[in-house]
Design a protein around this ligand. Structure first.
Ligand SMILES: N[C@@H](CCC(=O)N[C@@H](CSS)C(=O)NCC(=O)O)C(=O)O
Length: 277
C-alpha cells in the first residue's frame, strides 16, 4: 500500500533493495510525523537545494534534494545545527550547470546514500524509477518520471496520506520552473516529452500542491500546481506552440556544462577522483 513500511527502490545491482533494513529507532509515541523543511539557495547557479526531515522521529532522518558542491558545508552545518541524521543525497537529474554535492557529502558524512534515477545512467548508491517511494522516518517521497529536460529527469512528490504533509509538495527539478520550464536542447532533451511529463505527472496533482523547482532566475521561491496551470507562459499553450517557444529560446549553453555533466555522471566526484589519481 501507499504507506507500507517497506519501501523499495531498484538498486545498482538490479536487486530490489528494501529500505526496511535501515536501522531506525522505533517511534515510541503515536504522534504523526512532522516535516521539517528548508529551502536553500546557491547563487552562482541559481539552484535551490531542499532539506527535508521527519522531525518527530527519534532519529530525525533527513534528506537533501539537489545539493550543490559549493554549498555542501553550509548545508551540512544546518543539518548538524538542527540535530538531524542525513540519510540520503538525492538528485532530480544530471545537472548541466553546477556540480552536485552528493559525492562530496558522502565523503564527509559516512553512511549517506546517493539517489538518482535509473534512466539517468549516472552512478549512485540507489537508482529509482516511477512509483518507487523514498522513506525517511515516517515520511515518503514518491518518484514520478518526468523526462524532457533530460532523459532521466524525475520529480519527487510527497505522498497522499493521513499523516503526510498537506498540501503536497513536488520537487520538480528543471522539468517545471516557476512560470517556466527546463530547456530541452541537450542531454537527450525533448520538448514533446517535457510537455507530456508536465501535463500527465505534475498538472494532474491537486491544485494546492506546492511546486519547488531546482532553479529560479527571477526571484520566485515557490508556486502551486493551480498557479502554473493558469499562468505558466509556456505550458499553458498547446503542444505545437510550446514546441515553437522551446525551439526559439536562444539560450547560451550553461557555462559549466563541459565540467558539470561528466562530473555529475559520477556523483560529482570526477574532480576528486582525478585529484586522488
Ligand atoms: N546561464 C546559466 C544557465 C541557464 C540555463 O540554461 N538554465 C537551464 C537549467 S540549468 S541546465 C534551463 O533549463 N533554463 C530554462 C530557462 O528558460 O531559462 C549558466 O550559464 O549556468
Amino acid at each position: 500500500s501507499l504507506l507500507s513500511p517497506i519501501v523499495s527502490c531498484s538498486s545498482s545491482s538490479s536487486v530490489r533493495w528494501k529500505m526496511e533494513s535501515m536501522s531506525y529507532t522505533t517511534r515510541s509515541s503515536s504522534s504523526s510525523p512532522k516535516l521539517l523543511f528548508r529551502q536553500l539557495f546557491e547563487k552562482e547557479s541559481s539552484t535551490y537545494t531542499y532539506l527535508l526531515a521527519d522531525a518527530s522521529h527519534p532519529d530525525k532522518p533527513a534528506l537533501l534534494v539537489d545539493p550543490v558542491d559549493r554549498t555542501v558545508d553550509r548545508d551540512l552545518s544546518l543539518v548538524n545545527d538542527l540535530g538531524l541524521k542525513l540519510v540520503y543525497a538525492i538528485n532530480t537529474h544530471v545537472h548541466a550547470d553546477h556540480v552536485t554535492g552528493s559525492g562530496l557529502i558522502k565523503t564527509k558524512v559516512p553512511g549517506v546514500k546517493s539517489i538518482i534515477s535509473k534512466a539517468s545512467k549516472a552512478s549512485a548508491d540507489i537508482f529509482v524509477e516511477a512509483g518507487d517511494k523514498i522513506q525517511f522516518g515516517d515520511l515518503y517521497l514518491e518518484v514520478r518520471a518526468t523526462p524532457g529536460h533530460t532523459v532521466g529527469c524525475v520529480t519527487y512528490v510527497t505522498v497522499d496520506g493521513p499523516d503526510q504533509p498537506q498540501p503536497r509538495m513536488a520537487f520538480t527539478g528543471d522539468t517545471l520552473l516557476i512560470r517556466g520550464c527546463g530547456r530541452t536542447d541537450f542531454q537527450g532533451g525533448s520538448s514533446e516529452q517535457l510537455y507530456e511529463s508536465v501535463h500527465s505527472q505534475i498538472f494532474t496533482l491537486p491544485k494546492d500542491t506546492f511546486i519547488y523547482p531546482a532553479h529560479d532566475y527571477k526571484g520566485f521561491t515557490v508556486s502551486t500546481v493551480g498557479e502554473e496551470v493558469l499562468y505558466n507562459p509556456r505550458l499553458t499553450k498547446d503542444e505545437e506552440t510550446f514546441k515553437s517557444i522551446m525551439e526559439n529560446l536562444k539560450l547560451a549553453y550553461p557555462k559549466m556544462i563541459d565540467v558539470a555533466v561528466p562530473a555529475n555522471m559520477v556523483c560529482g566526484l570526477q574532480d576528486l577522483e582525478s585529484k586522488a589519481a
